[in-house]
Design a protein around this ligand. Structure first.
Ligand code: 4AD
Ligand code: MG
Length: 477
């Protein structure tokens, strides 16, 4: 007998057809109605049992969380709120679930509790919806780039270079921690390590992606990246997924255009293809907002926010303009910012980014032309000698969602930069080669996938949009 998913059956009109369905019991009421879910959709299908012809021992095992296989006929539903249901002729308990022990009861659980049960939280409506949206977004990313002539490039995960120069890397080593070999200078002797050199998990695939852009033209990476920064915030993970397009001959304006078109395109794809999940998440967020004090409440619902981003142009503002706005802003004058804005050149904190996006411009903002001193070595120096062609896309509720730049393509300027930052030029010989042989203007950016999933699902904490979050002092599962 053919097995169907809940998603398929809810769209089917093959009434009276005998079908098989397998899934997990969400609720069982009146010894008669099973709400069955199999993950294919947020919706459950109602399965109606003929309890007089079902043994007591089986009835007792139809508990929340149990896996069951059902044979029955699809019928038009009499009940409210559903179109079809299944008249059960046979039910088999595949896997029992002890109701006294099963953590995911049909009631409201806190996100903290569910994080501790990350292996089971996907059985809730909220997490099922988030992870289906995440999967669809991921597909939309590949679809967008493929349709726009990009090649997918798999950046190495183990690397010998620190792309961002921030020194926040996880070491990869097979040296015995109980007996680390040292050289004459008393430093770790990496020549005895697996790769004969110091290696780490990548923080970004950008440097390698640049070499591919300078050969294949348009490329993108979409892979895991790792940062050992001790940031216990709702927007930082130690392991996160990053999407990094890199395009030969694109300048910063083209880079901004690409980031905006890309984000809008994948958001509209997910709105069309995850309609039920996003509608549910929209309701969830509206409920959550109601419990907040009025002045902290968002003016827009989730659906409105998504629609707003798709329909409106991102505001493009230089760092210097943003600096002036912030310096003259009310919270700065009233000393409400934790980090006051006084001198040109300061790095912007998330409180400043959110002020610009949420209070001042009230739309996504692309900040560009940042001070060279606060950005990475590879960004192209402007003629003023003090700013670089950097860009950050800032989103409401999230802050920075994209960081990118036009790259320094001039060998002499790049070499000087590397020297000034005391980076070992020899480590980057291959990167410098792209500037020696057929160098050209090129640009790219990195979009933090989890921050995008956060925005799309309206979730407040980044740990709730990745299956098994890795954060300081936490690598369970
Ligand atoms: O701004 P970042 O550090 O830029 C780069 O790594 C560049 N090499 C990208 C490029 O030009 N190809 O990181 C890019 C984005 C950020 O805007 C943010 O969305 C995300 O990655 N991100 C994080 N997301 C979650 N947890 C963290 N710890 C993150 N750090 C950065
Ligand atoms: Mg950044």
């Amino acid at each position: 007998m053919q097995r169907y998913t809940v998603a398929e059956l809810l769209q089917s009109e093959n009434f009276l057809q005998e079908i098989n369905i397998k899934g997990w019991v969400r609720t069982f009421r009146s010894n008669r109605f099973i709400a069955l879910n199999d993950g294919s959709t947020i919706k459950n299908i109602q399965c109606v049992i003929d309890f007089e012809n079902t043994s007591e021992s089986v009835l007792k095992k139809i508990n929340t969380g149990a896996a069951v296989s059902i044979v029955g006929t699809l019928t038009e539903s009499q009940g409210k709120g559903q179109t079809v249901e299944i008249n059960v002729s046979k039910i088999e308990i595949l896997g029992e679930s002890n109701p006294d022990e099963y953590p995911i009861q049909p009631k409201k659980h806190s996100f903290e509790f569910l994080r501790e049960n990350a292996h089971l939280r996907i059985r809730t409506n909220t997490f099922g919806a988030i992870m289906r949206v995440r999967s669809t977004l991921s597909f939309a990313v590949h679809k967008y780039f493929t349709e726009n002539g990009f090649y997918n490039f798999h950046a190495p995960i183990i690397t010998g270079s620190d792309a961002e120069g921030a020194g926040e890397m996880f070491r990869v080593s097979t040296l015995n921690p109980k007996n680390i070999p040292l050289n004459e200078n008393g430093e770790i002797d990496y020549t005895q390590d697996f790769f004969s050199k110091e290696t780490n998990l990548t923080v970004s695939g950008q440097l390698e992606a640049e070499t591919y852009a300078m050969s294949l033209g348009k490329v993108y990476t979409f892979g895991p990246t790792f940062r050992a920064e001790n940031s216990n915030t709702s927007r930082h993970l130690a392991e996160f997924w990053m999407i990094e397009p890199e395009v030969a001959f694109n300048d910063l304006d083209a880079n901004m255009d690409l980031s905006e078109d890309f984000i809008k395109n994948i958001l509209s794809y997910v709105m069309t293809h995850c309609h039920d999940d996003i509608a549910f998440l929209d309701q969830r967020l509206t409920q959550e907002e109601k419990s907040k004090p009025a002045i902290q409440r968002s003016e827009m619902s989730l659906l409105e926010k998504l629609q707003f981003v798709i329909e409106n142009n991102f505001k493009r503002v230089t760092y210097t303009e943003a600096f002036d706005i912030l310096r003259n802003s009310k919270p700065n004058k009233k000393k409400k910012f934790k980090y006051p804005i006084n001198e040109w050149g300061v790095d912007l904190q998330s409180e400043h980014e959110r002020f610009l996006v949420e209070k001042h411009f009230k739309c996504p903002v692309i900040l560009f032309d940042y001070p060279a001193s606060i950005k990475a070595f590879y960004m192209r120096l402007n003629d003023d000698g003090k700013t670089v062609r950097a860009m950050d896309v800032l989103f409401p509720g999230i802050g920075e969602i994209v960081g990118g730049s036009q790259r320094e393509e001039r060998l002499d300027v790049l070499k000087e930069k590397i020297k000034a930052l005391e980076i070992d030029e020899k480590e980057l010989w291959w990167y410098l080669d792209t500037r020696k042989f057929g160098t050209a203007v090129h640009s790219g950016f990195g979009l933090g996938f989890e921050r995008l999933v956060q925005f799309t699902t309206g979730m407040g904490n980044i740990r709730d949009v990745i299956p098994f979050p890795r954060t300081p002092e936490n690598a369970e599962f």
